[in-house]
Design a protein around this ligand. Structure first.
Ligand SMILES: [Zn+2]
Length: 277
């Protein structure tokens, strides 16, 4: 009975880690090979759990930092930078630790080009990315995103300024990167409300879950965000950019590439979504 329960627990962890990180489940399965040695080596239960946790963590980091990028590259996806590089950086490092920062090489080059243009226009600006794609296999889902399955999709944080100083801010208001929204103002088109009224419960889910307290430290940088969207629009390889209609109107974005995504997705007034042709 105990063996069955232990097997089910391992299986559950493999599934969860695969959903969350794509390769974490395989890494966990490999790390199980060392559990026999750890059981013989350590007598106390807590020592074993600690040793198992550490061996998995070390193996996972080895994969995430070295093996996965090396294997993904010839298969057509490259990681976005872990640290600020050519004015591109992750909004949160956990995006990279979970292997959710892989894109087609063309999308990485476009992102670098946009960041360098932004830097010339607004020195001190970084393009801060959120979820991109997993490193391997087209159509492998990246929950909770519907379309981040082929290396051609990239979510980006808006540009912000420090509420007190007005300076360009290197940070983002949400600890998750999502869920802190530039809400529709009175008189603006309000798709979040319209989608909720149609019964799309998921549309505003993150807005409801994520604590909104840190929003007051940030000012939405309209000029910076507009310049960033327009720089992406100007790239031939970019197929479309998704943003809430009230922000498209507020920022004066007129390109046909800038579109509404539909109520089946989630609201896009907390981030923008860029995708390649
Ligand atoms: Zn997206």
């Amino acid at each position: 009975m105990l063996r069955v329960l232990r097997f089910l627990l391992h299986l559950l962890l493999v599934v969860l880690l695969t959903i969350l990180t794509q390769v974490g489940g395989i890494v966990y399965a490999i790390s199980l090979l060392g559990h026999g040695y750890i059981r013989r080596k350590f007598l106390h239960r807590w020592q074993r759990i600690l040793a198992q946790g550490l061996s998995f963590s070390a193996l996972y980091l080895l994969f995430a930092l070295f093996l996965v990028p090396a294997i993904a590259k010839p298969l057509g996806r490259v990681p976005l930078p872990l640290t600020a590089t050519r004015y591109v950086k992750p909004a949160h490092l956990w995006t990279c630790l979970l292997n959710r920062h892989y894109v087609k090489p063309e999308l990485r080059e476009i992102t670098f080009a946009v960041a360098e243009e932004m830097q010339k226009k607004y020195p001190g600006t970084f393009v801060k990315y959120l979820d991109a794609n997993f490193p391997f296999i087209d159509k492998f889902p990246l929950p909770p995103h519907l379309s981040h399955i082929d290396g051609k999709k990239l979510d980006l944080s808006f540009q912000y300024r420090d509420h007190k100083t007005g300076e360009i801010s290197p940070g983002v208001p949400s600890w998750l990167g999502y869920g802190i929204c530039e809400e529709p103002r009175p008189g603006e088109e309000n798709r979040p409300e319209a989608c909720a009224e149609k019964g799309y419960w998921q549309y505003n889910l993150l807005r409801r879950i994520i604590p909104q307290g840190s929003k007051k430290r940030y000012l939405f940088d309209e000029a910076g965000t507009r310049a960033m969207v327009q720089a992406f629009v100007s790239k031939n390889g970019v197929r479309r950019i998704l943003i809430e209609p009230h922000l498209k109107a507020r920022l004066g974005l007129t390109s046909a590439k800038v579109r509404f995504h539909g109520c089946q997705a989630v609201r896009h007034d907390d981030h923008i979504h860029v995708e390649l042709l």
